[in-house]
Design a protein around this ligand. Sequence first.
Ligand code: NAP
Length: 518
Amino acid sequence: MSACPAQTVTGDARPGSTPMHDVVILGAGMSGLCLGIELKLAGLHDFLILEQQAGVGGTWWDNRYPGAHVDVPAPLYSFSFEPNPHWRQRFAAASQIQAYMAHCADKYGLQPHLRLGVKITAARFDDTEGWWTLDTQGPEGHRQILTRFFVCSTGPLSQVRWPDIPGLDHFQGRKLHSARWDASYRAHGQRVAVIGTGSTASQLIPPLAQQAAQLHVFQRTANWVLPRMDRPYFALDRLLARFPPYAWAVRAFWYHLLEWGRRGFDEGTVARRGMLKTAARHLQRQVPDPTLRTKLRPPYPLGCKRIIYSNDFYPALSQPNVELVTEGIDRITPTGIVTADGRERPVDTLVCATGFDTTRLLASVDIQGPGGQRLATAWRDGAQAWQGVAVAGFPNLFLMLGPNTGTGHTSTLLYIEPQAQHMVACIRHVLQGGHRGIAVRPQVQAAYNAALQARLAGSVWSTCRSWYRDDSGRIVALWPGFTQEYVEGLAAPDFAAYELMPGVRQQASQQVSPEASP
Ligand code: NAP
């Protein structure tokens, strides 16, 4: 059943001409789909969602490694308007999340708007007309699309990062990145190396340890690990979840618990003391070997990097076929890995759980604003935006999950929904008002970022290296506060933060009677 009837995507209906749309969204992950749904609910049907992969899901399409699951409770990992009574586990597996997203795309009539296997390579803003020209590459080759609004919803975790280790390219065995997993791969009987011990590695190491003959885990930095309060959702849970008051109460419980957990990032709080004690107890209980325990003690304050929630990571490292290697990697040879002490470990498969390139946000698209100003140039000292959604100097461009909107304590969906609603309000305002465009005021963005960076300067996230920071050390990925603070900043679109560009008709009337409008 469709909540929104399928509509013709009107811009496609101009044969022979360059198709023109009100909105083009880059990326069919959670955030791109959410914006598509909000547009439809607002009665705006002339939009496309372009996705380079062959299906919807974004990071959940990409991350199909064994053991992949969400690390926040699933009742909070669904849209507020579309609770999911089908979760089979509190911390849902990647396949369940991907299925949920495909369900949302179907139910809300997004299929006619989706173009899969299409990459956007460049975007140029035409200041006179107030539209973007997009260069796309897809199954039909190179195509151009015109759009009034261009929304980038790729998020920070889309460009895979391979480790910068000499010899990587010459390795002759199997080489896998966690975010480009080969579903046919089986580790049975193999000698496997995993580089990295972050959130992703902590999830894929336990299943690999069960299969591999020998597993070498290369850890550069030990991380903080807390127990995962997981449990299966039984038939009764799923039945109860169909009743809105129950579903709402479960969601509200997790929302408030995780918001309380945000306090754990601040020194001296009860929450922090509790988390430190729990982490210490978890390590003590799960790792009997004192030498291994020492290797697993994090050298940075809790919360600086993303906290790992796992019950099976530590036990996997204690398996007899698993070795935790803390000696630094010197180089990769065609057949193995050599550590700084000169020892080579021969391996058949090299698994890189080395994360994502988060510092060059949107590097794969050449975005040029008015006068040919490039976004990459505007961001040469680090990505910044206003509320993570709009960039000064780039009219009619919006970002979903843009700079400083990541969260270390709760579900990213709580940030996605208000972003989408904010954008829809802006888009409507421009289209209905006959304006040519909308852009955030430079001074508003500058003041916002100055305050944000001042707040982040003394925070726990400034105390170590992580994907939250760019090369200069500036924290570009994280929102430092509570969810409500962020939501309130976006809830009622404050058009005072924006400059509106007069439309062609408005310009003409201004020329006839210059005193008519301010
Ligand atoms: P990550 O947190 O950036 O971890 C990358 C790991 O690779 C780190 O242990 C890092 O060590 C190591 N590494 C990188 N380059 C290396 C090199 N040259 N030599 C040796 N080690 C190297 O990446 P991730 O684990 O993929 O997680 C990224 C984010 O994805 C998470 O923080 C989380 O937000 C998200 N995620 C979410 C879920 C979920 O359930 N929602 C699941 C997985 C991931 P250092 O620490 O020393 O840099």
